[in-house]
Design a protein around this ligand. Structure first.
Ligand code: PA5
Length: 442
């Protein structure tokens, strides 16, 4: 299960206020539950089975089995929503070097223009058997476009034209230039769902393919998401008790109380990339029209010794949402033995790190909650099913939260502004005026 623990909300936002707000914003929830007409082209993710049916999963598993036979390295070329979710899931599931089974790893390109970094990616492919997957919804973004060419050329040099073609997959919009390119050159083409924006693709083949390649249990991931969706659609349930809705309301009340930042904090470093995914999801969805909480994150214990000071005592503009896992896995236990050396830590003899980490979490949350609202998202376990729940829960909360703020959760006009400048400067045809204007400002 995934639960929202509200025990550590503080005076700035209370559970009673959340319940009252649920009634006054009931129309927003009803609208979102019904699938709003004005967002019909972006709500494909809301119904998990539309893009992750058993048939789709079987097809993904078959493709991934073929790829796994001939390759040990899957290069995911994509930026933003096109790479974040699978990276978040693999890290959370405990992948080492991008692999869960020790043999099939996923590495990343298409999210940087740093020559240094891209050289490292190419160096790292030496001696490996490689497939590449270019994920690009509109296939215009410069970062994935340039990396795709670089890696295609590398593949041809390494394997020759024909073998290279069998090692290229592209995930794009049906009918796009990317699809035509695939048909013309014999690459495998997979579908980037049209009614799903990049940051809402966690539970579609955009991410299920790399996850299946790495050996993740994609069926369990999707089952978890379906279970969360069922909670949303349960017509008999009291909406005031829906956790995704209450979390969205807490965020709205925090905004009304003058808070401007939400930290997603955790004591489990496996959530490192999940926090990046969360930052992208909420940042691009909500940060517009001069509104929205800035989504940021804190990885404790490390950042207790840096950000912790600010959180407790700095400008009072934060709420802090903790991510917690209740049950340890077999790998989550490590007992500290006694010591003959008098290091004055004898009170830790025989203590399990799991328990000390939990104590640190409880101590931190109690301290921070004296100053700011600290809701907690609790997962029973950190496995594929619970990650599927978490992905769906946060995407739904984000949609609800943006709707409560009155902003469009599915566009990203700010990102487009930078992208257009980026097209102009390297000289893309059609952007000549913009290029001259930008050069005058440099
Ligand atoms: O969430 C989004 O829509 C964006 O972050 C996109 O995923 C990102 O800009 C990449 O877009 P594309 O796949 O079209 O290159």
């Amino acid at each position: 299960m995934l639960r929202l623990n509200e025990k550590n909300l503080c005076a700035r936002v209370t559970s009673d206020e959340v319940s009252r707000a649920s009634a006054s914003y009931a129309d927003v929830l009803a609208c979102c539950q019904g699938g709003e007409e004005r967002h019909a082209g972006s709500l494909g993710w809301l119904h998990v089975d539309d893009w992750a049916s058993d048939d789709t999963i079987a097809r993904i598993e078959a493709l991934s089995a073929r790829l796994r036979e001939g390759a040990d390295t899957f290069v995911l070329i994509g930026v933003g929503g096109s790479n974040n979710a699978s990276r978040a899931a693999l890290c959370a599931l405990g992948a080492r070097g991008g692999a869960l089974d020790g043999a099939h790893r996923v590495v990343y390109a298409g999210n940087t223009l740093s020559a240094f970094e891209l050289r490292r990616v190419l160096e790292d492919l030496e001696g490996r058997e490689v497939v590449i997957d270019c994920v690009a919804k509109n296939f215009e973004t410069l970062e994935p476009g340039s990396s795709f060419r670089l890696l295609r050329q590398w593949l041809v040099e390494r394997y020759g034209e024909k073998d290279a073609a069998s090692r290229v997959i592209c995930c794009g919009t049906p009918g796009s230039h990317l699809e035509r390119l695939c048909r013309a050159h014999g690459y495998t083409f997979t579908t980037f769902p049209e009614p799903v924006g990049g940051r809402y693709t966690a539970l579609t083949e955009v991410h299920l393919l790399p996850l299946a390649f790495a050996g993740a249990d994609v069926r369990a991931l999707v089952a978890g998401a379906r279970a969360e969706e069922a909670l949303l659609r349960d017509g008999t349930a009291d909406p005031t008790t829906n956790a995704a809705w209450r979390y969205a309301l807490i965020r709205r009340l925090a905004w009304d109380a003058g808070l401007r930042v939400e930290l997603l904090s955790f004591f489990e470093p496996r959530f490192r990339w999940l926090s990046k995914w969360y930052e992208q999801l909420f940042g691009e969805s909500e940060g517009k029209d001069g509104r929205g909480l800035l989504p940021s994150s804190a990885e404790y214990s490390e950042e207790l010794h840096s950000l912790g000071q600010y959180v407790q005592d700095g400008t009072p503009q934060l709420m802090e949402t903790f991510l917690d896992v209740l049950e340890p896995s077999a790998e989550d236990s490590l007992v500290l033995g006694g010591s003959d050396i008098d290091d004055r830590f004898e009170y830790l003899d025989g203590v399990d790190f799991w328990d000390v980490n939990k104590a640190s979490f409880a101590a931190t949350r109690a301290a921070h909650a004296s100053a700011l609202p600290c809701p907690t998202l609790e997962l029973d376990r950190l496995d594929a099913e619970h990650l599927g729940r978490l992905f769906y829960f946060l995407m739904l909360s984000c949609y609800l939260s943006a709707s409560l703020l009155g902003v469009n959760p599915f566009d990203q006009p700010g990102v487009e502004a930078y992208k257009n400048n980026m097209y102009a400067l390297p000289g893309k045809p059609g952007y000549e005026d913009r290029k001259a204007e930008l050069e005058a400002r440099m």
